[in-house]
Write a protein that binds this ligand. Structure first.
Ligand code: GDP
Ligand code: IMO
Ligand code: MG
Length: 429
């Protein structure tokens, strides 16, 4: 059964982001009543390709190309209003009129957050994560400091000015006096611009917690779309080489303002290999010419920043953690077509850390820096075509072997397979 025909379903990244969450969300979203983002910001870049038309979405959920679902940006998302307005305008120009709601409680990315991102990254040096420079860490930090600006504030000029003074001065002082950075715009010019953005976004701003609560009570179907992936989660993985939100499915309740006692499907999107944009140790990384060839074959260049993605072999230590922390019920294995025509395919099953074999993701940065991949080599497969979305059992024998091996190692069924970027290039078990 397609997950969106279930009541509550979730799609989250099971690696370092860019797994193909946008494609899988779009595949299922047509049957949902609501498609909801609950964390992250426009550090995300989700690609949806329909009839050879490519849409790159950063804030608007990937259900937007259908008329039925309402697109919701939950309170846990951080919103750059300028980027959101440009995204809405870009969609409208292409004939898509988003049926969109933005939480009144979502925090706003201000221009000084973007300047701060640059200054902090410089300061962090080798411990930086290689941020997308979209202001993500500074805006989440301001939320926790409790001098952040929320969407609702953009609609209340006096409150907005009162809060902006605190937030602006804090960031200016830290960036310029402590970090040697530069905050480029004046408080008053930001104030005027952002009041204007608030005005333009006013019609979308709502108490989305109450709306989703009522939807849940009415038995509506809700599909949650994660951003980033488990290996960028701020708590669970290679801190500090992470993003600044919890990407794990457990963050849904906090990030949308509704607690669900039952979630029917939690799908982890995983590439059939691994990619990473940004900085961190990467045990199964492929280097040199082989890396370039896989990168080009998979078109592995960042959707948001255009940066070349680092590439590596599938890492089951990482995927095991994704299954456990997210409580995955299913895995969607994506980009299998990119692995066509390899004679052999290594899969990392564990790490060797200073002579010790470990099968679970270490907390220690030192262990992770020293982790060497232990590979199991599986046979590859040649080019193949699929007939329709229920063609699972006629996939090449060695793909089925690859899938079975992963399922057994990580203890989660692979029920969705993606063999091309288009909506129809998807096979269900
Ligand atoms: P997201 O951030 O998880 O939504 O993923 P991105 O959109 O950043 O990156 C995934 C890329 O892979 C996009 O360019 C997709 O169009 C493409 N893609 C998705 N599924 C497949 C697939 O099965 N095969 C191939 N070749 N490309 C795919
Ligand atoms: P989607 O949703 C891949 C990475 C950055 C950096 C780290 C911190 O498209 O999968 P940030 O800007 O969040 O402070 O950067 O996280 N990163 C992503 N990598 N896909 C993403 O989103 C990412 N969002 C952030 O490269 O290493
Ligand atoms: Mg992406």
């Amino acid at each position: 059964m397609k997950p969106a025909t279930q009541k509550i379903s979730v799609i989250v990244g099971a690696q370092w982001g860019d797994e193909g969450k946008g494609k899988i969300t779009d595949f299922f979203a047509g049957e949902a009543d609501y498609v909801v983002r609950f964390q992250g910001g426009n550090n995300a870049g989700h690609t949806v390709i329909v009839n050879d038309e490519t849409f790159k979405l950063h804030l608007v959920p990937s259900g937007v190309l259908y008329s039925k679902p309402v697109s919701v940006i939950g309170n846990g998302v951080v919103v750059d209003p300028k980027v959101l307005l440009a995204e809405i305008a870009g969609l409208q120009k292409r004939g898509v009129n988003p049926n969109l709601l933005v939480s009144d409680r979502a925090h706003v990315i201000m221009p000084y957050h973007i300047d701060m991102d640059v200054a902090i990254t410089e300061h962090q040096g080798k411990l930086a994560a290689g941020s997308t420079k979209r202001g993500i860490a500074p805006v989440y930090a301001d939320k926790m400091y409790r001098h952040g600006i929320r969407m609702i504030d953009l609609l209340e000029p006096e409150i907005f000015h009162e809060k902006l003074e605190k937030s602006y001065l804090f960031n200016k002082n830290v960036a310029e006096k402590a970090l040697g950075g530069k905050i480029s715009l004046s408080l008053e010019s930001i104030y005027n611009d952002y009041l204007g953005y608030g005005n333009q976004l006013n019609k979308y701003i709502a108490d989305t917690s109450k709306i989703l609560y009522d939807a849940k009570k009415d038995g509506k179907s809700i599909l949650f779309e994660g951003a980033q992936g488990i290996s960028l989660d701020v708590d669970h993985v290679i801190y500090p080489h992470t993003t600044s939100s919890n990407t794990a499915a457990g963050n849904i309740a906090a990030g949308c303002g509704v607690s669900f006692t039952k979630i029917d499907k939690i799908i982890g999107a995983a590439k059939a290999y691994v990619t990473r944009v940004g900085i961190s140790p990467f045990p199964s990384e492929i280097e040199g010419e082989s890396a370039k060839s896989l990168r080009d074959k998979g078109n592995e260049y960042g959707t948001t920043t255009g940066r070349p993605r680092r590439v590596g072999w599938l890492d089951l230590v990482q995927l095991r953690q994704a299954v456990r922390v997210n409580g995955l019920t299913d895995i969607a294995l994506i980009k299998l077509d990119v692995l066509n025509n390899f004679k052999e395919l290594p899969i990392c099953i564990a790490y060797d850390v200073n002579g010790k074999t470990i099968a679970e993701m270490p907390a220690s940065l030192s262990d992770y820096r020293n982790a060497k991949p232990i590979y199991k080599i599986l046979p590859g497969w040649n080019d193949f075509n699929i007939k329709n979305e229920s063609d699972f059992s006629s996939l090449p024998k060695n793909i089925l072997k690859y899938i079975n091996f992963i399922e057994e190692e990580v203890d989660c069924p692979i029920t969705i397979v993606s063999v091309g970027p288009q909506r129809h290039q998807t096979v269900l078990k």
